[in-house]
Design a protein around this ligand. Structure first.
Ligand SMILES: NC(=O)c1ccc[n+]([C@@H]2O[C@H](COP(=O)([O-])OP(=O)(O)OC[C@H]3O[C@@H](n4cnc5c(N)ncnc54)[C@H](OP(=O)(O)O)[C@@H]3O)[C@@H](O)[C@H]2O)c1
Length: 209
């Protein structure tokens, strides 16, 4: 049986995308990264900022990937082509960050977590909320320091793959259960930006009441 690590497609070659790319390459994952425009536009950035990650079109990256990481500004998620995502593990790192995204009525008028709302746009995707509640620079700075990263998903097997990825990035994974629980990782919540450890109380008990 092959023990090859999953291949990762990162959509969004900005601060979060490039930082995840570096962590993933360092951990031995094969990484393809796509920006909003032509491959040539990010080729130099990729070579300098994320050596080892392969610049690609979004379609090519997604096609060959086991894990797709959404790292675009939330208000731009509909500029991603959802076809080809069905059956893939999709990690939603995106936050509703009003200064950048503006007010998004579709989120504020819907009581669900932002990842559940986003998931409607990616039918069949095995959606996991994670990597959103830690600053992009901390992904490298705080690796192997005992800091934890949480994840939420309705797909247990996908969660296990993401837990391994979090460990491979040098963090302790915290399984917070269903995708709906991802709301406790959103901006404004105590866990957002907090230096969590594996024993941190994320307020899950209150959420279930
Ligand atoms: N900054 C943080 O510390 C942090 C931490 C955790 C999570 N997040 C979340 O992570 C996401 C990315 O944040 P960021 O700070 O990395 O933003 P960023 O630096 O602005 O990077 C986002 C990148 O996504 C690209 N993009 C837009 N539409 C795209 C598409 N359809 N396909 C591929 N690429 C596309 C943008 O390109 P153009 O500029 O050409 O549009 C830009 O390069 C956001 O949702 C944010 O809320 C941020």
């Amino acid at each position: 049986m092959s023990t090859a690590l999953p291949t990762i497609a990162i959509l969004g070659a900005g601060k979060v995308g490039s930082s995840i790319a570096r962590s993933a390459v360092a951990a031995g994952y094969e990484v393809r990264i796509a920006g909003s425009s032509a491959v040539e536009e990010i080729a130099l950035t990729a070579e300098i900022l994320m050596p080892g990650a392969k610049p690609s079109t979004a379609a090519q990256a997604v096609d060959g990937a086991d894990i797709v990481i959404l790292a675009v500004p939330l208000h731009k998620y509909r500029s991603i082509d959802p076809s080809g995502m069905s059956g893939k593990i999709v990690i939603d790192t995106m936050n509703h960050w009003v200064p950048v995204n503006g007010e998004m009525d579709e989120l504020t008028s819907d009581p669900r977590s932002s990842s559940e709302i986003i998931a409607d746009y990616f039918p069949g995707a095995r959606m996991v909320k994670s990597l959103n509640h830690i600053g992009y620079h901390e992904l490298e700075e705080d690796a192997h320091t005992g800091r934890a990263i949480a994840y939420a998903t309705d797909d247990e097997a996908a969660g296990e793959v993401v837990a391994t990825l979090i460990k491979d990035f040098g963090f302790d994974p915290i399984n917070i259960g269903a995708l709906a629980n991802g709301r406790i990782l959103e901006p404004g919540q105590p866990a957002f930006g907090a230096h969590l450890t594996k024993d941190s109380d994320l307020g899950l008990a209150a959420l279930k009441n």
